[in-house]
Design a protein around this ligand. Structure first.
Ligand SMILES: Nc1ncnc2c1ncn2[C@@H]1O[C@H](COP(=O)(O)OP(=O)(O)O)[C@@H](O)[C@H]1O
Ligand SMILES: [Mg+2]
Length: 178
């Protein structure tokens, strides 16, 4: 989903996840109004990673395996690599055992978002919504992450929200909001 800042991309992502309902009109999922599904069932199948994701004050490993505590270290590292955050975690004082701060003390906004993307990839929801996953990166880093993300999203239903054409290139279908 592509479009300039302020056009309503994040709002649409939140509506699809039913974080709130439209004042008028309706959103259909497989032909049924979203309001016919329970919020609990939507939360199980649709996962939204927003631009300011929340980290828990637990280790990097536990932050990533939050939705799947039984995940193996190999699975956790594969998710971290797919989200391009593995090397950064290794550079922390205790690697995957480093306790992360809820806000910016340990990791930058973009790095926290990549932890949240790793968490979502490991949780493997039916539909994954990523809101501006590269907004805090320069173009060189964006290009690197775009190819990793393209690989990680293969075979999944993902809605990628971005205002950057470079990232939109990895999508199979582009919807532009005007
Ligand atoms: N369909 C809509 N009707 C009314 N207000 C909207 C609608 N879509 C977005 N907005 C409002 O427009 C503003 C920007 O929307 P946002 O989703 O944050 O844009 P983007 O993510 O594209 O930058 C927000 O204040 C939001 O509440
Ligand atoms: Mg937005």
């Amino acid at each position: 989903m592509l479009g300039p800042s302020g056009i309503g991309k994040s709002t649409l992502g939140e509506l699809i996840g039913r974080y709130y309902d439209p004042d008028s009109g309706s959103i259909l999922l497989d032909g049924r109004d979203l309001r016919e599904y329970t919020v609990a069932s939507l939360r199980r199948s649709i996962m939204l990673v927003d631009q300011t994701p929340y980290l828990f004050q637990v280790t990097a490993r536990e932050n990533i395996s939050y939705a799947r505590p039984e995940a193996t270290q190999a699975e956790i590292e594969a998710a971290a690599k797919a989200a391009a955050i593995h090397d950064r975690i290794l550079s922390l004082p205790d690697g995957y055992d480093t306790v992360l701060a809820e806000r910016g003390q340990t990791l930058s906004a973009g790095e926290r978002q990549r932890i949240a993307i790793a968490r979502a990839l490991l949780a493997n929801p039916a539909v994954l919504i990523l809101d501006e996953p590269t907004s805090s990166l320069d173009e060189a880093n964006e290009a690197a992450i775009a190819s990793t993300l393209a690989e990680a999203l293969r075979g999944r239903t993902a809605i990628l929200i971005t205002h950057r054409a470079g990232l939109a290139r990895i999508a199979h279908q582009i919807v532009e909001l005007q």
